[in-house]
Design a protein around this ligand. Structure first.
Ligand SMILES: C[S@@+](CC[C@H](N)C(=O)[O-])C[C@H]1O[C@@H](n2cnc3c(N)ncnc32)[C@H](O)[C@@H]1O
Length: 189
């Protein structure tokens, strides 16, 4: 409980320092995280990449679902949050990278992700940054892979549909605010 409150405080502090970069005042709830990750089969993934890991709510649940030989690369642009993730998860499958999602390909070492988990606040990004990151996502996915996106509005849907032939949608009410979840695939449904 204390950790949750401390995390909320850290998250709020990050938001107040850089509202457009963080895009939310609270971390995603554990119910919304489960709803989101249930849209992919993480147990069969070899490489999972998380974009905008924050205080690690998705990171922990991804690690719990991941097979022993799989890898998770978690990108987080805020150095304080990246340091927290390093400290929190002592797991050889996890690589925390403090860098922008724009540089995703540099950190994939020529590989493609079976699952991409994105909690980036696309709608508060400057238009050029939003386009650059979204354009990278289909290219970074392995054949048969899936991109999971959580957002607080449906505004990104059109952009996702332009890049992915299959976009599955879900609303998760157990979050403040209720969240929109998308599972995007490069293979047609
Ligand atoms: C809405 S928060 C989500 C945090 C966490 N995944 C969660 O669900 O609670 C967005 C996170 O993305 C990070 N972020 C913003 N822009 C980024 C970028 N260009 N590259 C990587 N991380 C970024 C922020 O620092 C923040 O931690």
């Amino acid at each position: 409980m204390r950790e949750t409150l401390t995390d909320r405080f850290r998250f709020l502090r990050a938001f107040l320092a850089n509202p457009r970069q963080v895009g939310a005042v609270l971390p995603t709830s554990r119910w919304a995280v489960r709803d989101m990750l249930d849209l992919a089969d993480l147990r069969r993934a070899d490489l999972v990449v998380e974009l905008g890991a924050g205080t690690g709510v998705q990171t922990g649940e991804v690690l719990a679902r991941l097979s022993p030989n799989a890898r998770l690369v978690a990108l987080e642009i805020d150095p304080d949050l990246a340091a927290l993730l390093e400290e929190r998860y002592d797991d050889p499958r996890l690589q925390v990278v403090c860098d922008s999602a724009e540089n995703l390909d540099v950190h994939l070492g020529g590989k493609r992700a079976d699952v991409l988990v994105s909690a980036l606040p696309y709608t508060s990004f400057e238009a050029g940054l939003r386009r650059r990151v979204l354009d990278l996502l289909p290219v970074a996915l392995a054949p048969g892979g899936v991109l999971l996106v959580i957002q607080y509005s449906p505004l990104i849907l059109r952009e996702l549909r332009r890049r992915f032939p299959s976009v599955q949608q879900k609303i998760t009410p157990w979050n403040v605010p209720p969240a929109f979840l998308y599972a995007c695939r490069t293979d047609p449904a």
